[in-house]
Design a binder for this molecule. Sequence first.
Ligand code: CA
Length: 340
Amino acid sequence: MSATTISDRPTRLSTDIDFERDGKQVSIIHMAWSRNASAYGEIQIPIACIKNGSGKTMLYTAGTHGDEYEGQVALLNLIRELEPERVRGRVIIVPAANYPAAINGSRLSPLDNGNLNRAHPGDPDGGPTAQIAYYIGQTLVPMADAFHDLHAGGTSLDYLPFVSSHLSGNAALDERQLAAAKAFAPPMVVIGKMSDDRLAQRAAHKRGVIAFGGEFGGRGAVTISGVKLVETGIRNMLHFLGILPDWQPPRPKAPTRLMQIAGRAYYVHAPANGLFEPFVELGEEVKAGQKASRLHFVEDPLRPPLEPAFKIAGTVVCKRAQGRCERGDCLAHLATPYEA
Ligand code: CA
């Protein structure tokens, strides 16, 4: 058997940023993209490095899903506003990680239908999305002490805002990760107990790096409250990590609730194609067996609607944003109080 694994192969992406240099550098990650309309064309993914002396390194990405915007807005503002003099250590920022998806305003890349948060560890010889995943996991994550990949619900979903984290299987790492997630001071920290090795956070855990996701809005829109929450939370977490020593975290409006998502039972999926009439709002507490929605059949008014129900009790943290649904679409999902 060959000893060569994917992780031994070099990335094909490059940047002229010197990650060891102090100051603010804003440049591009280059990825060759040869096509009919542009033989020697490339995809140019913006990246910034803001460094001052020694200290921890924080890596931020947004636009992993192109139609999730609060993180993209907050990171674009951060690149302009964060002066290196205030930093102790290093902040690496990729505000539109799946750049082709971000400028297309779509969850997936229009180039290869790639989902950057299902693409890890990636492939240096794969399509654009696999190549970006590989660069993040192999080049950027190893420089970081902590990695925050900022999400929202995108076009199809709406969310209550929260910071998310997955259990890593390493108790010491999980403890450090939870402390930093709480320092962000979100309304909720949601611990994911379901495992998917293709997630960006998993690429960090494999390297012993604490990692966070989070949902800060949805519906393909930009919420003022979501942007504010992310911008304040970023500074709170940088302060906690010692990277932004002069920041004074504001007093949180309410204590952070520690929640979990621990299986398929937390989700309600559409049993048929139809018109989705929701019965619950985000933030509602529901009982097991409570009806989540009604599914109407527009073509047949006398056909009794289906009424999919919640399988367990919990807090509604996500619901479908659009009226039409297809069989298998997520209509809503819950979180419940965290159990160790
Ligand atoms: Ca997302």
